[in-house]
Design a protein around this ligand. Structure first.
Ligand code: SF4
Ligand code: SF4
Length: 88
């Protein structure tokens, strides 16, 4: 199966595949104790960085841009945005 493509619709030439891990300031961490696997983070992530595996949701940090929308939308406050290379 082909590797999933993560795209961002910017630029005059159309779609680009962007590795955001090199410039992101914050990254999301899911607390599995709080998570109810509702899938809101999956639905709201603008760059398709949340994926489902074995009925649970995970975040692909290679393409996550750290916008925090998933944390804002999570109904259980199960996602913390953590400073890259530091503390919350
Ligand atoms: S939105 Fe929150 S509770 Fe729902 S799947 Fe994502 S992390 Fe879990
Ligand atoms: S922080 Fe933004 S880009 Fe990263 S998983 Fe959450 S919604 Fe998607």
């Amino acid at each position: 199966m082909a590797e999933k493509q993560h795209i961002c619709p910017i630029g005059k030439e159309g779609m680009y595949v962007i590795d955001t891990a090199s410039w992101r300031n914050f990254y999301p961490v899911i607390d599995k104790e709080k998570c109810i696997n509702c899938g809101f983070c999956y639905d709201y992530c603008p760059v398709n960085s949340v994926y489902k595996k074995d009925e649970e949701f995970y975040i692909d940090l290679k393409y996550c841009k750290g916008c925090g929308i998933c944390a804002q939308e999570c109904p259980k406050n199960a996602i913390d945005m953590v400073l890259e290379g530091g503390s919350k």
